[in-house]
Design a protein around this ligand. Structure first.
Ligand code: MN
Length: 167
């Protein structure tokens, strides 16, 4: 089969707590995880990613107050195309099947996030919603830069969450 993929988006969501929502287009919806600490380019940094409800594709460009009526502000922290490169035992697996199997490897082509990332379901805390997001150690891995602390602007509008609070 040919490799599938689509659009990915990472939204910086400042609600009760600050978190990042990672969404991947799979079969016409945005499969989503809430990542409390956000993604890291350091392959040594495992980030908890809690699977949350799928979102409509139209949400990929959403910025504003109260996503879906919820609290806080949302900016598009990063977005771009992604490719599903999951290949257990060298056999390409469709993204939907990889999700069911609990392991997905994707290559992101965003402005901030580039290269391969792995998402793996864990039984951490006995909760099947808990996955781990980690940077695959490739040429785009970076152990020194901490993107989530240095980069806080939208790649679509240049705005910050604080800008939206004041608007
Ligand atoms: Mn959120």
């Amino acid at each position: 089969m040919t490799r599938d993929g689509g659009v990915f988006v990472v939204q910086r969501h400042h609600a009760t707590t600050l978190h990042f929502d990672l969404r991947l287009e799979v079969d016409g919806v945005l499969v989503s995880w809430a990542v409390p600490k956000g993604p890291s380019l350091d392959p040594g940094e495992k980030r908890l990613a809690v699977r949350v409800e799928d979102h409509d594709l139209s949400h990929a460009t959403f910025e504003g107050r109260g996503a879906g009526g919820g609290p806080g502000t949302v900016i598009v922290w990063d977005t771009g195309p992604y490719l599903n490169v999951t290949e257990p035992n060298g056999v390409p697996l469709a993204a939907s099947e990889a999700l069911e199997a609990g392991h997905l490897k994707v290559v992101l082509r965003g402005e901030k996030l580039v290269g391969a990332f792995a998402l793996t379901r864990t039984l951490l805390g006995g909760d099947p919603r808990n996955w781990i997001l980690v940077k695959v150690d490739d040429e785009f891995a970076d152990r020194r830069r901490d993107l989530t602390s240095t980069e806080n602007r939208s790649v679509l509008s240049g705005r910050t969450n604080a800008d939206l609070e004041q608007s």
